[in-house]
Design a protein around this ligand. Structure first.
Ligand code: ADP
Ligand code: MG
Length: 320
């Protein structure tokens, strides 16, 4: 459904900033019907890629095909397949929910009968049924996001793009939104590409792409990504983590990674975690605030691949 080949985007130098490569030779294919999450630390190039996919900006080099149509040579055909939910609100908050949806349907030339059908579909999965005549600015953040999604789905796109759609929502509204999205995606076999910082949102995805500084570091199923870190890892917290990490390495010859107050021992062989935990406790009990054995989650894979943030550099933070 999306074929990105050798995509590069360089923001030209200005008087204040040097030229910056936001996307570096990216090649990626999203199959029809997949739910794909695009993640990566700030500055990875996610929003740049999103803008290019929506047809809002042109890349420096490379090709993109959407449902077989070349996005740059046949932009109209490619964009006809797309629905988009932006991070910032794209509905008119002074209009009612119904007026916003109707306006969008009119822009796309939906007939009245088709609009009525799609509206009733939307009312079935949203909590907007009693709110159609309310102005959008009277809705909660979660309901306002539902309006955005309902709007993007009115035209029944085969491909839905969303840029951090749950930012700013409380956990319950976020879960509602993601659950509704997954349900609709499965029912319609719609393809979804969504950027997100929130790893719990990526655990149910079919594919997760992890980017850093314009490069694609990984693109796989959550299960395959997690299995890269083995079955278990030992994670400990210490206020003196910098010093303690040095001692663990020198005394016990173990491989560590540090992120702030946290020290991780990722490459423990199957069954080796418990003896390692016991050894650490025996040697450094007073320096350890907490210690646990855990199964890697997607967030751990992300930390493993993208390393510490610039403000928190461990000497051991190289990307492997
Ligand atoms: P993300 O969405 O992953 O945080 P962005 O696509 O916004 O990443 O940014 C990728 C890189 O491109 C960053 O280094 C950022 O500073 C740079 N960048 C983004 N937008 C512009 C712009 N309009 N002009 C110049 N540089 C930009
Ligand atoms: Mg962004």
């Amino acid at each position: 459904m999306i074929q990105i080949e050798n995509l590069t985007h360089v923001y030209p130098a200005s008087r204040k900033t040097p030229a910056r490569t936001a996307i570096n030779n990216l090649t990626l294919t999203v199959e029809e019907g997949q739910f794909c999450i695009l993640s990566g630390p700030n500055g990875s190039g996610k929003s740049t890629l999103f803008r290019i996919l929506c047809g809002m900006s042109l890349p420096s080099a490379g090709t993109i095909r959407i449902a077989g149509h070349d996005l740059f040579k046949e932009p109209g055909k490619a964009r006809a397949e797309l629905g988009v939910v932006f991070q910032s609100p794209a509905v008119d908050k002074h209009l009612t929910v119904g007026e916003n949806l109707r306006l969008h349907a009119d822009l796309y030339g939906l007939s009245s009968s088709l609009y009525a059908e799609r509206l009733s579909e939307a009312m079935a999965w949203t909590d907007l049924k009693d709110r159609l005549n309310d102005k959008v600015d009277t809705l909660s953040g979660g309901l306002a996001r539902q309006v955005e999604l309902a709007k993007a789905l009115l035209t029944r796109p085969r491909l839905l793009l969303l840029d951090e759609p749950t930012t700013g929502l409380d956990p319950a509204s976020r879960r509602n939104f993601i659950e509704a999205l997954h349900k609709i995606q499965r029912e319609r076999r719609m393809t979804v590409l969504m950027t997100s910082h929130i790893f719990s949102e990526a655990e149910d995805a079919d594919r997760v792409a992890i980017m850093k500084e314009g490069n694609l570091l990984a693109f796989d199923s959550p299960q395959t990504l997690r299995s890269r870190l083995g079955r278990e890892m030992v994670v400990l917290q210490s206020r003196g983590a910098v010093v303690l990490e040095g001692r663990i390495r020198a005394d016990l010859h173990l491989k560590t990674r540090r992120h702030g107050d946290e020290i991780r021992l990722e490459e423990t062989d199957n069954g080796a975690s418990l003896p390692i935990l016991e050894k650490l406790l025996a040697a450094y009990r007073d320096d350890i605030d907490s210690i646990a054995i855990k199964q890697p989650a997607l967030e751990d894979v992300f930390i493993h691949l993208t390393g510490p943030q610039k403000s928190d550099t461990s000497e051991n933070g190289e990307i492997q």
